[in-house]
Design a protein around this ligand. Structure first.
Ligand SMILES: NC(=O)c1ccc[n+]([C@@H]2O[C@H](COP(=O)([O-])OP(=O)(O)OC[C@H]3O[C@@H](n4cnc5c(N)ncnc54)[C@H](O)[C@@H]3O)[C@@H](O)[C@H]2O)c1
Length: 261
């Protein structure tokens, strides 16, 4: 199969690209390198089955052109940073929701019907049910990021209904592993590299969160797309303490807390 991967130079995308190539597929990566890194694609570049197109998903003509001849689209390109949404309210709408609309339109024009989409557990806001099932009610959205991803899900399911697309929506929790480049564990790491004796965390330090190792996440994604009709999957794990779980990282540092969460 020939896969088109938006955001294929990013943390999750580049790991997915490597797995697809290992499985013998052809892969086209489409990325604007806003947060992606060329060095994540060094292995992939060695394969004759790999092609890189540098472009922006908001550029519909270029996107449509690049997608020609592909069988399946993994759409991972996004503003993946949940923080700071209220500081730039248009960003999540443009980079996530409008970008996803462009991807769906480029697929429609190219008669490509299968899409795998990286949504997020953030769309559950602050869930009251643990473990949170796929059909848990969506509480009030707590971030512009989560709201924009929920809108993406709506567009994808509408294209499934309206244009007979086949959609696989993956609601990821915090993914960790090789090429991890952003998020609170990354921030902890940087702070502890500067001073291994102190770690300041936001909130009261009692928060819990779910994490998933990147290769386990990709095992699930690649298994799911072998199934004929799956819509939404919440890829999660049991919640763990954000401070106590990464004990090897934190070591014997003194934890101080701040009121902001
Ligand atoms: N990392 C996580 O824990 C996590 C959790 C939940 C959901 N997700 C979702 O998974 C996807 C991948 O996340 P990630 O952690 O690998 O992020 P990342 O920032 O490492 O990767 C995003 C990639 O998309 C590219 N990109 C961004 N905007 C683009 C645009 N307009 N046009 C073309 N390319 C563009 C970036 O250059 C980058 O390579 C995102 O959709 C994110 O929302 C990630």
């Amino acid at each position: 199969m020939k896969f088109f991967v938006t955001g294929g130079a990013g943390f999750i995308g580049s790991n997915l690209v490597d797995r697809l190539l290992q499985a013998g597929h052809d892969v086209v990566v489409y990325d604007n390198f806003s947060t992606g890194q060329a060095n994540f694609l060094v292995e992939a570049e060695k394969s004759p089955h790999f092609k890189l197109v540098q472009g922006d998903v908001l550029n519909l003509p270029t996107l449509t052109d690049a997608m020609q001849g592909c069988d399946f689209v993994f759409h991972l390109a996004a503003n993946a940073d949940v923080r700071f949404g209220t500081q730039h309210p248009r960003k999540d709408l443009e980079q996530n929701t409008l970008a996803t609309f462009n991807v769906l339109e480029a697929m429609r024009v190219n008669s490509i019907r299968r899409i795998g989409f990286s949504s997020t557990g953030s769309i559950y806001g602050e869930p009251s049910v643990f473990p949170t099932p796929e059909n848990a009610p969506f509480p009030i959205q707590t971030s512009l990021y989560g709201a924009s991803k929920l809108a993406c899900e709506g567009l994808i399911t509408a294209y499934c209904e309206g244009f007979n697309f086949q959609g696989y929506i993956f609601r990821f929790v915090s993914i960790l592993g090789e090429r991890y480049t952003h998020g609170h564990i990354f921030d902890f790491y940087r702070k502890l590299s500067d001073d291994p004796t102190q770690l300041q965390v936001l909130g009261n330090g009692q928060q819990t969160k779910s994490y998933l190792y990147i290769q386990d996440c990709l095992d699930a994604v690649l298994l799911a797309i072998e199934k004929p009709k799956i819509r939404s999957i919440f890829l999660t794990s049991a919640p763990m303490s954000i401070v106590k779980s990464p004990t090897r990282l934190v070591g014997s540092a003194t934890i101080s807390t701040s009121n902001r969460s």
